[in-house]
Ligand binder design. Sequence first.
Ligand code: FNR
Length: 369
Amino acid sequence: PSLDAIVNLHDFEAVAKGILPPKAWAYYSSASDDEITIRENRAAYQRIWFRPRVLRDVSVVDWSTTILGRRSSLPVYISATALGKLGHPDGELNLTRAAGKHGVIQMIPTLASCAFDEIIDAAVPGQVQFLQLYVNRDREITRKYVQHAEKRGVKGLFITVDAPQLGRREKDMRMKFVDESGVAKVQENQSGVKKDEGVARAISSFIDPSLSWKDIPWFKSITNMPIVLKGVATPEDALMAYDYGLAGIVLSNHGGRQLDTARSGVENLIEVVAALKTRGPWPNPKFEVFVDGGVRRASDVLKAIALGASAVGVGRAFMYSFCAYGQDGVEKAFQIFRDELEMNMRLLGARTIDDLTPDMVDANALHSH
Ligand code: FNR
């Protein structure tokens, strides 16, 4: 179908499923074990209801915001998703180019299928990019990678902490997935990967499962970028991250691809924010909480922000948007978010992102289903 026929983000998923080679579709769409968490990521948003306010002069609404102190035209950022070239020959560059044109922030994956510098070089002046980090067993490789990224202008470091071992994505395993091009690029970025065991094993073999809180001061010593832990799920760990002086956390279950039957990020948000409030006033400009997983509608974004998130990460919806349409598809996905944000903010009675407060949602049904 032509891009004009796409009216929502679900449409991109249907198109991607139709055109992707089965192995690529399996890698992108799969989640771990019984795929309960990936289903829950969508379902949790559907248990949160709005409490819209009326008569608030919503002639002008503004959904721009700041993320780690950087301007973003949307309250949404592009989360890191590996192996973009499986979906389109330009891979991650589709995201970079669209994001540069529209002022959206991209998180570059360690396991990008384009070279890191190629992704940086595709950015326009002033474009904000973050880096997602998988920590190598060889810390010297990680140190060089992080410091190179900072030198190239990356503005934030997201350390993935929910993947000491890759989850078993069974759809993907049944495909006996081996992607030569993707693995080859990954090997360029991170030495020590084993090429002969299929992609899931190959790309995860360099990741250090011994990573612990004791390593956090070292990360702080090698970079001045704000450091965010991606893949936190509990108030206990949120408080640890806060007390270690980090810049924030992403409440995430890795798109349902890691620990199955882990709760959704948005479900964990309420108790995490409540715990952080015991450390001082909220929102706290020094510590941001992000959420990802299952976001397909602006209404999902507004619910998470109302409950205390600074912004929301989107993985698959942006990946699927470039499979058939390249950069144009990603731009269309941004347009869909803008159109939906405008309408939903008007109907909710919120003129700005700061207007979104917990009383605008009814989350009582979140924990009872
Ligand atoms: C991911 N995600 C991910 N996260 C990460 O920290 N490093 C990575 O390399 C990847 N790779 C990756 C590949 C694919 C195909 C998917 C779908 C996801 C997780 C990603 O950053 C994010 O947490 C989820 O995708 C959010 O859920 P949704 O938006 O996909 O529902």
